[in-house]
Design a protein around this ligand. Structure first.
Ligand SMILES: Cc1ncc(COP(=O)(O)O)c(C=O)c1O
Length: 396
């Protein structure tokens, strides 16, 4: 006799909004069952392989029994020293490897744990919309509230600080920004970082900069670190990822930098939840940081070429997209008669091409969709061709 016992998940879990990417998976499954051949430009998973020197370093590292035990919570000091050297070279900033760096199991993990370290029930965190989902979800998991600032093309997809009500600024705990931005491909300047730092200092808010796309940049553009601006160390934390920069999304490694107080609290939260990043992967990350810069340029160069022909293709279809300077994403307006889900579903049904509806990135973003340029040239050209031959009207 089998008794069915119902154990309810927490209210915290049940209260989270549905993850649209899960719904996207259901659509794809349905389309495959109908025999459609899909071109998936929905997810942001790099399609290239991890560079050879990184793979080699991991193979060497796995032979060392020292790397088979629990790793050091903070990350190996060799890795942290290499990160500090890389930051000095790349951004001209001085970060103490002993106290100001925390190794992460990917930036996503770190962003969630930092949020939990600083958010009490009822606290307000400011998250620009559109946003990478964990930026809001970390707050909701912590029973905090999110105030969304709308990002608009007319403002370069930067938050308009004047639009944030005084009472929200007074109560806010963390202000998240992500530049180069997923999904809009917007970028930030040092001058704007200065405005953000002043705003956060005025209201005593932790400024959290997500620089996950730091190396996926085009035409010689280099994005600034918040720490290139004076005074940032008093108020900011910044997150980096190896996932996109070195095609290492599946390896799960990133790092956070900031003053020792913020890093100490992130570390404290992590010690309660995880054991840090696998030592073998840390050795691989050291190899990545020491690779010839041309290797990163090769990865970015592939996205730059794709950006060029995809922009041209979409513009021929009726959009008027400007050249992006970073990320593997294009952020396009949905033709007016649709919302983002009905648009993407209709395109999938008619063409087999998968895009992400803007609503996946926030309620203010339902009139956009995201194209991830994560397929080889042939597939991307075919996607454009299928759109062109579909008979769909693309005008805004
Ligand atoms: C803006 C942003 N931040 C963070 C991440 C997560 O990075 P990681 O793979 O290091 O967890 C992503 C991944 O897509 C992202 O788009």
């Amino acid at each position: 006799m089998h008794t069915k016992i119902e154990i309810k998940p927490s209210k915290r879990l049940l209260s989270l909004p549905k993850y649209i990417f899960a719904e996207l998976d259901e659509w794809k499954e349905e389309a495959r069952e109908k025999g459609q051949s899909l071109i998936d430009l929905g997810i942001g998973n790099p399609d290239g392989c991890t560079p050879e020197p990184v793979v080699k370093a991991a193979l060497e590292s796995i032979k060392n029994p020292k790397n088979h035990g629990y790793p050091d919570f903070k990350g190996k000091i060799e890795l942290r020293e290499n990160i500090a050297k890389w930051l000095e070279k790349r951004h001209g900033i001085s970060i103490d490897p002993k106290t100001e760096i925390q190794t992460l199991i990917g930036a996503k993990e770190g962003l969630a744990h930092l949020t939990m370290s600083y958010t009490d029930p009822g606290d307000i965190n400011i998250v620009p919309d559109p946003y990478y989902p964990v930026l809001s979800r970390g707050t909701w998991i912590s029973s905090g509230e999110v105030y969304h600032v709308k990002l608009e093309d007319s403002n370069g997809f930067l938050p308009n600080l004047k639009s944030i009500p005084e009472e929200i600024a007074q109560k806010a705990k963390i202000f998240f920004v992500n530049y180069p931005n997923n999904p809009t491909a917007g970028i930030i300047t040092k001058e704007y970082f200065k405005e953000l730092i002043d705003f956060c200092k005025k209201y005593n808010i932790l400024l959290c900069s997500d620089l996950a796309y730091s190396e996926i940049t085009f035409d010689g553009y280099k994005p600034p670190s918040v720490f290139e601006v004076e005074g940032a160390k008093d108020i900011a934390v910044e997150f980096y990822s190896f996932s996109k920069s070195y095609n290492m999304a599946g390896w799960r490694i990133g790092f956070a930098i900031g003053n020792q107080e913020f890093i100490k609290n992130l570390y404290a939260m992590k010690t309660n939840v995880d054991y840090g990043t696998c030592s073998i992967i840390q050795d691989a990350a050291i190899a990545a940081l020491n690779m010839d810069e041309s290797c990163c340029c090769d990865i970015a160069g592939i996205y730059q070429r794709r950006r060029d022909f995809m922009l041209e293709g979409f513009n021929k279809l009726g959009w008027s997209l400007k050249k992006t300077k970073a990320t593997m994403y294009l952020w396009l307006k949905v033709p007016k008669v649709y919302d983002s889900k009905s648009w993407c579903k209709m395109v999938l049904d008619k063409t087999g091409v998968v895009f992400t509806p803007g609503i996946a990135f926030g309620n203010y973003s339902d009139n956009y969709f995201r194209v991830s340029m994560v397929a080889d040239d042939e597939k991307l050209y075919e996607a454009l061709e299928r759109l062109e031959n579909s008979g769909i009207k693309f005008t805004e």
